[in-house]
Design a protein. Structure first.
Length: 394
């Protein structure tokens, strides 16, 4: 037997990685073959990344002849890039198959349409994809939002708007034509504000920037969804046993809730669309906060900073997102019947998915303490109304 050389082992490992990427392309093509224009766009997004790694793998193989040690180092780096693409593709394919086999209760289809609706209202050129995971998050690799599996209720759908906010922060273009190609105003604001916190509050800049991104995503979700997001965040995500605790990636729940409350105060300024609804929401948030958080409050100085930042975030959205990105908290919400004890009524032609989510959360807050079976039935009613809303708009 002829023993393999280091060079032949390198070639074998590169070939194996290339074969993986080839299979990945084939799997994506098969899954998306029936999706017409949407499928082609998804494949293009993945193929661009896959082809880039393929090219670099081939280059690493050629470099191995001249400098084997450097080639092994490059291969390790490319394996990390390849693994990231594989992870994104696997999550996406899982989501597609769950939807096609009707194993997600229709939530995946509704989530996709909600993200499309919000992206279009915001003025985003690049739509995000939707996949599944054990928790919600956003990945920039192929601009993909993860929805929570196996949750099939309507109640956590508003979190998708928060995850979309991370995409908007990185990609929303300047409204001024002369600056549109080069300037990303939200990303610029968040970076500058992180510099300020690092300089004046003696905070690690990386942590400050991560926290500000989360706070912006909270404000964005409130801006485009109205009451549905902050009610969801406070009632199903925030932890009463640790409102003041922060991590390296996420600010404290106290700061997040106060930021959203401050944003609703700004959105409630008289003379703006839906202002009265946002003033009512601010009062509701305050009441819930006092009830469940007790004395877990923020300092006067923290509150002042929070109010300044929330106001700036609302302002930058108002300046650069489409005007209709701002949710109006419309009167038509009152005609959407979520109560499962009443007859279901087809949504009016102008009802949106955001409207249904707001109506659902209005019902849940008004009926807090209802037994689980009734909450589940209300969710099923809201999911059916979402389906009918999607069908009505084509």
């Amino acid at each position: 037997m002829t023993a393999p050389t280091r060079g032949s082992v390198l070639d074998a490992q590169i070939d194996h990685e290339l074969a993986d990427l080839g299979q990945l392309s084939a799997s994506l093509a098969k899954v998306m073959s029936t999706k017409a224009g949407t499928g082609r766009a998804v494949l293009d997004r993945f193929e661009l990344l896959i082809n880039g790694v393929r090219t670099e793998l081939a280059s690493a193989g050629r470099a191995g002849v001249r400098d084997p040690d450097a080639a092994w180092t490059e291969l390790a780096k490319l394996r990390r890039s390849s693994a990231e693409i594989k992870q994104e593709a696997l999550a996406f394919v899982q989501g597609v198959l769950l939807r096609e086999q009707s194993l997600d209760g229709g939530i995946g289809m509704i989530g996709e349409r909600l993200l499309d609706e919000l992206s279009e209202r915001t003025g985003e050129d690049r739509k995000v994809l939707l996949a599944v995971s054990d928790n919600e998050f956003f990945s920039h690799t192929v601009s993909m939002v993860r929805g929570r599996y196996p949750d099939v209720s309507v109640w956590n759908l508003p979190i998708l708007a928060h995850e979309l906010g991370h995409h908007v922060a990185a990609t929303l273009r300047d409204a001024k034509p002369a600056l549109r190609e080069d300037n990303r105003p939200i990303a610029v604001y968040l970076s500058e504000e992180a510099d300020n916190e690092a300089s004046f509050a003696n905070v690690d800049r990386g942590i400050a920037l991560a926290h500000l991104h989360e706070l912006f995503a909270d404000v964005y979700a409130t801006y485009v969804l109205g009451a549905a997001y902050p009610l969801n965040m406070i009632m199903l995500s925030a932890r009463p046993d640790g409102f003041r605790a922060a991590t390296r990636t996420h600010p404290s729940w106290s700061r997040r809730v106060h930021t959203v409350a401050a944003a609703t105060d700004v959105l409630g300024t008289p003379g703006h669309s839906g202002a009265a609804g946002y003033r009512d929401l601010a009062e509701t948030i305050s009441k819930i906060w006092r009830t469940i958080a007790g004395d877990a409050d923020i300092t006067v100085n923290e509150r002042a900073v929070t109010e300044i930042q929330a106001s700036a975030m609302v302002r930058v959205l108002a300046e650069h997102a489409f005007p209709r990105a701002r949710y109006e908290m419309p009167e038509r919400l009152h005609a959407i019947v979520i109560d499962p004890n009443q007859a279901i009524v087809d949504p009016a032609d102008d009802v949106t998915l955001a409207d249904v989510l707001n109506a659902a959360w209005r019902w849940r807050i008004a009926n807090w303490g209802s037994p689980g079976w009734l909450v589940e039935r209300a969710s099923q009613r809201a999911v059916e109304l979402c389906r009918r809303t999607v069908r009505s708009v084509g």
